[in-house]
Design a protein around this ligand. Structure first.
Ligand SMILES: [Zn+2]
Length: 196
């Protein structure tokens, strides 16, 4: 198995934000979000019946800005080849915020004093909770795990859009894409990068 290059994760800035759980169908907003992203050309056809994964759509390269001179974006599966295949997943909603992190995730910073929590994996335990208080080793202030500053190498979310496979920093969402996500959901979004 080849190593995971990475993914660009788009998620609401409010880690607790999710579609109204009392709505008749809480998945409806995920569907509406996917429809809005498809209408804008980010998403192409679904990669299989009932799948949450989509091929890159005709507007993909206008909505996601790739940097570097050697970028080769394969938007169709490169059968037998070794180029990572760009595709998009609309993931969630989950009942509670989940920590999206990977081998690249840096220690988060205390929201009160900016100190780093170096042993964050140990401090969070096996089942991280967004509301679980993480005491700061420097100032002692307990802040919810999701309130720590995870920068652009991790974050908490109940709903997110994953763009695979993207090296950290290799691609950034355009202002147009961030505006589209905000309009489709009524809440501002952010982005970060994860490497499994
Ligand atoms: Zn602190």
């Amino acid at each position: 198995m080849s190593i995971h290059n990475g993914r660009l994760v788009l998620a609401p800035r409010d880690p607790a934000w999710a579609p109204n759980p009392s709505a008749p169908n809480p998945n409806a907003l995920t569907t509406a979000l996917a429809a809005a992203l498809a209408a804008a050309g980010l998403l192409g056809p679904a990669l299989g019946p009932g799948a949450d994964a989509y091929a890159a759509g005709p507007g993909f390269l206008e909505l996601v800005a790739f940097t570097g001179c050697a970028v080769q974006v394969a938007v169709t599966p490169d059968v037998g080849g070794d180029r990572p295949f760009c595709h998009i997943r609309v993931v969630g909603p989950w009942a509670e915020p989940r920590l999206l992190c990977g081998r690249n995730t840096r220690p988060p910073r205390c929201p009160a004093c900016r100190a780093q929590l170096r042993d964050w994996r140990y401090a969070l335990g096996a089942t991280p909770r967004a509301t679980g208080p993480l005491p700061c080793p420097a100032c002692g202030a307990p802040a919810a795990a999701s309130a720590w500053d995870w920068k652009d190498t991790g974050g908490w979310a109940r709903l997110s859009v994953w763009i695979e496979e993207v090296f950290p920093g290799e691609a950034t969402p355009t202002d147009a894409l961030m505006a589209l996500l905000g309009e489709a959901t009524g809440t501002p979004w952010r982005h970060f990068y994860i490497q499994d």
